[in-house]
Design a protein around this ligand. Structure first.
Ligand code: DC
Length: 325
């Protein structure tokens, strides 16, 4: 796995044997800029995380760096698409997939990106949570895959814009019943991983998710959006945060909420590790996803980075259209 960041016209890639091979290779398209591994000298451009953050904030991720970034991304996309060489277009209403494990800030980032684009934000975890809430009400156990799938088929779960101004990101309906307040109860929290592990449940709910992304610009967040739900998404992001940092953020929130009653840091970290283990099956990043590690990025910086990748993707698609005319 290569992780990369752009600084000016230079791309810095985390050092690995593959990264070194890439950096050693030269091609005419790459000569406009330069790819280097993080251990090489930077030719005066910033390399430390702080400077990279500042560069991103100051929007110094420049357009002239786009060919390097998109080349790597497109090579990945081609590989993921079975090395088909035909040019990539972009939908009129692009689908943006944001995946990643629990606690990496997907919902905050996803909602803000959607706000900036003025489009629909779909948190797919809410589908699994809504089904879990319905199942608890109907006394269906999290192990009863077939009964849960049947419930998912008939429940008509939908996500719509907030119907109440209580700070919620969206309203989740099953028919006309508003389930939003039930999504984050302890009972739902305890059962949702098991409910979402049944293949039949996933198949039923994924059909609802795909229907929402038809003919609309969407930012969809989850675990398997880029791999399963929208495998042809126009932009795929895989958000990552180290387990220590996720535990630190979660613990800070719990201390703010519960004060001295908050569980110890170690317990919070173990709980996150346990959830990762349960969700692991769904947590594979798409081969053509752009990885973003946000350990040292604030949400607005991550949002800017994603919007920058989208601009690059749009530009590349426009260049392809022009070249074809
Ligand atoms: O992101 P979240 O915590 O709201 O997700 C709730 C549960 O749903 C969690 O156990 C992972 C699962 N989930 C999934 O399996 N696939 C998705 N696309 C989204 C969530």
């Amino acid at each position: 796995e290569i992780s990369a960041c752009l600084v000016g016209s230079e791309m810095c890639i985390r050092d690995s044997p593959l990264a070194r091979r890439l950096a050693a290779r030269r091609s005419p398209r790459r000569q406009a800029g330069r790819i280097r591994t993080e251990n090489e000298p930077s030719h005066g451009l910033p390399t430390d995380t702080q400077s990279i953050r500042q560069a991103i904030c100051a929007k110094r991720v420049r357009q002239d760096a786009a060919p390097q970034r998109t080349m790597l991304h497109f090579a990945r996309r081609r590989k993921a698409r079975g090395n088909r060489e035909e040019p990539e277009r972009m939908r009129e209403h692009p689908q943006i997939a944001i995946d990643g494990p629990a606690g990496v800030g997907k919902s905050t980032i996803g909602e803000r990106v959607a706000q900036r684009l003025g489009c629909l934000y779909i948190d797919t975890g809410a589908f699994y949570r809504a089904l879990t809430a319905l199942a608890l009400g109907a006394a269906i156990a999290p192990e009863e895959g077939a009964a849960l799938a049947a419930l998912a088929e008939r429940a008509a779960i939908r996500i719509v814009a907030p119907t109440v101004s209580d700070g919620r990101q969206y309203t989740v309906l099953a028919g006309e019943h508003d389930l939003t307040a039930e999504l984050r109860t302890l009972a739902v929290e305890a059962a949702v991983s098991r409910v979402s592990s049944h293949r039949a449940v996933r198949t039923a709910l994924i059909a609802h998710m795909r229907a929402m992304a038809e003919d609309a610009t969407v930012v969809m967040v989850g675990r398997d959006i880029g791999t399963v739900v929208l495998p042809d998404a126009d932009l795929k992001i895989y958000l990552m945060t180290s387990i220590e940092e996720r535990a630190r953020r979660r613990h800070r929130d719990l201390v703010a909420q519960l004060g001295a009653m908050a569980p110890p840091f170690e317990a919070v970290r173990d709980d996150i590790a346990r959830r990762d283990a349960i969700d692991r099956e769904q947590m594979r990043p798409a081969a053509d996803a752009i990885p973003i590690n946000n350990d040292h990025l604030e949400p607005p910086e991550t949002v800017e980075l994603i919007l920058e990748y989208l601009r690059q993707r749009r530009e590349q698609a426009a260049q392809i259209s022009l070249a074809e005319e």
